[in-house]
Design a protein around this ligand. Structure first.
Ligand code: BTN
Length: 259
């Protein structure tokens, strides 16, 4: 039986970080960790403060979608105060941290579907949401939100069953949620410090994308683009080659793989 109850101490005890996860605010149930993280950031919470919930009743996904977090899964938000130049890298950082920690904790290999869906065997296991408050060049705060399907039984959620998976469904056994959380926090800090020290995480993120070289359809706002996902720019945008040879640079959108 895997011990899966959460408490701030179980997360922070001997956690090998300097600031990420050194303060953890835990809720058994919460609408969304993003909202509480914003309130804490506005009150000046220390950088690296983590808001974590056992269950979210109104979890937020990208593009105003809903994110399901029944008990037994991971829903956390991390408060950071980066300078504006680092904002585009946070999406890359969060998805790489997810891939690394999933592999470290379970041995499962995952990939990123642009911009930040983490997939195992083509199905989504983790989602990343970055929200920030920026005034001109001043970043008041940035919040990294990460949701991981750890023990989600897809059988109980037919609406997402064709496109989603969970760590326990992939492995056919229980998974230590605590272990994944602690690995995630260590990885977030390691990658963030590497970034601040002038390192680049763009190349690794680009190489982890399952999207590149594939025929895709991208929904961006009300526009639908078709083409081959040729590359990604350093600011994270997708470069899409159309059949007439022209190239679109897409900043945000939702990708469907067509081949
Ligand atoms: C997506 O794939 O659309 C992004 C999903 C992000 C979900 C996480 S769970 C923790 C944090 N709190 C939320 O309400 N959303 C993010």
């Amino acid at each position: 039986m895997v011990e899966n109850s959460l408490s701030p101490a179980s997360i922070t005890n001997n956690l090998e970080t300097h600031f990420v996860g050194q303060r953890v605010i835990y809720y058994p149930s919460l609408a969304s960790t993003m909202e509480v993280a914003k309130q804490e950031a506005e009150k000046g919470a220390a950088e690296g403060t983590v808001i974590i919930a056992d269950e979210q009743t109104a979890g937020k996904g990208r593009i105003k979608r809903v994110w399901l977090t029944p008990k037994g899964n991971i829903a956390l938000s991390v408060i950071l105060y980066p300078s504006v130049a680092y904002l585009p890298s946070l999406i890359m950082l969060a998805s790489l941290a997810a891939i690394h920690s999933i592999e470290a904790a379970t041995g499962l290999k995952s990939q990123v579907k642009w911009p930040n869906d983490v997939l195992i065997n083509g199905k989504k296991v983790c989602g990343v949401l970055i929200e920030s408050n920026v005034r001109g060049d001043i970043v008041d705060y940035a919040i990294i939100g990460i949701g991981v399907n750890v023990s989600l039984r897809l059988y109980d959620f037919p609406e997402i069953q064709p496109t989603a998976t969970s760590l326990s469904d992939e492995l056919g056994r229980e998974v230590s949620r605590l272990n994944v959380i602690r690995c995630l926090l260590v990885e977030i800090e390691r990658l963030y410090l590497a970034l601040l020290a002038g390192g680049s995480i763009y190349e690794e993120w680009r190489d982890s994308l399952v999207t590149l070289g594939r025929q895709v359809q991208v929904k961006s706002g009300k526009t639908i683009y078709d083409g081959i996902a040729e590359s990604v720019a350093r600011d994270g945008s997708l470069l899409l080659r159309h059949s007439d040879g022209s190239l679109s640079k897409i900043v945000a959108g939702d990708v469907t793989l067509r081949d």
